[in-house]
Design a protein around this ligand. Structure first.
Ligand code: 13P
Ligand code: SF4
Length: 309
């Protein structure tokens, strides 16, 4: 490579050489989103992971998303820029805990948020994402008891939306969304009386109750660019600003710092960088490697979810 070759050129050359596709979640840095083939929420990325012809998927997001891509593409190579890009929700619920629950309540249908490990998915009946969680739970017969795991705020919202009373909810939380303070949002609404609020369902109930729209990251972007106001308060990770500013440059998008980092950033998503993306395409490391039987078991509840339109 010549001295003037940029890192973006290096990544694009490696991508061609490897016959790779770059998938990126909305929360990774703008410079990565800029060169990604697909940017999406976790449901869109799971669907897209299956729809291309290449040999390698470079997944810029967090580990559970890359695992999902591998489960959907067992014969392809899936690599990530940083193995330590985890998720507090995944850490909140182990496969042993899920099995212990199933032994105690064998009659419950287990609905797991996609933010879980492959091992927990393999113990689940259905997977959902923030985009389809209400639909997935509504697809289960009303008299059937449900365990929803691991996000307490998403579970609470799904329960309220579906009116379901026979639902146990795990008490995990997202370190980013669960710490958005409702009182800061209230102050901001006073400062910007014309602003509308859009929130991710991982936020606490007191935040969601102030929102005009609740949805996944992509759904928030779609709604915010067409909403009939020029000021929108966005209660999710600030990486979505990349698409929002591109799609609606005339609008003002306001983000609220949380109590954890006094920012609106996911520290796991921010572990991805252009340098690490280049290196993972170059060395084809770190690869997602999972036992074949685990992938087979985890695939079933994912496919049940993908079949729900
Ligand atoms: P989405 O499904 O909305 O992309 O959310 C994933 C996530 O990790 C939110 O914190
Ligand atoms: Fe996990 Fe929260 Fe980060 Fe999403 S924002 S990946 S739920 S820690």
């Amino acid at each position: 490579m010549s001295a003037v070759t940029t890192i973006t050129d290096e990544i694009l050359a490696l991508k061609r050489q490897r016959n790779a596709v770059i998938l990126a979640h909305h929360y990774v840095d703008s410079e990565i989103q800029e060169i990604a083939d697909v940017i999406g929420d976790s449901l869109e990325l799971a669907r897209k992971a299956r729809e291309f012809d290449g040999e390698v998927i470079a997944f810029c997001g967090v580990w559970f998303m890359a695992e999902t891509a591998k489960i959907l593409n067992p014969t392809r190579t899936v690599v990530v820029p940083d193995r330590d890009a985890g998720c507090s929700l995944v850490d909140a619920c182990s496969a042993d805990q899920t099995r212990a629950f199933k032994r105690r309540y064998p009659d419950h249908v287990v609905v797991s948020y996609i933010n879980t490990s492959a091992e927990v998915k393999a113990e689940s009946d259905l997977i959902c994402t923030s985009r389809n969680a209400v639909k997935v739970v509504q697809s289960i017969p009303a008299d059937q008891p449900v365990l929803f795991l691991p996000d307490r705020n998403l579970g609470d919202w799904v329960q309220r939306q579906s009116g379901r009373t026979n639902m146990k909810i795990w008490q995990g939380a997202c370190i980013v969304h669960a710490t958005f303070p409702a009182r800061r949002l209230m102050h901001l609404k006073h400062e910007h009386p014309n602003a509308l609020v859009a929130a991710h369902p991982e936020c606490p109930r007191e935040v969601l109750d102030q929102a005009a729209f609740i949805g996944s990251t992509s759904a928030i972007i779609e709604w915010a660019v067409t909403a009939p106001r020029d000021e929108i308060i966005i209660m999710t990770e600030s990486g979505v600003r990349h698409s929002l500013d591109k799609l609606a440059p005339h609008k003002k998008f306001i983000f609220v710092p949380n109590e954890n980092c006094n920012c609106s950033e996911c520290p796991y998503m921010k572990r991805n960088s252009l340098e690490k993306l280049r290196d993972c395409l170059d060395k084809l490391e770190t690869r997602v490697e999972l036992p074949a039987d685990l992938m087979e078991r985890a695939l079933k509840p994912i496919e049940r979810m993908l079949a729900i339109k």
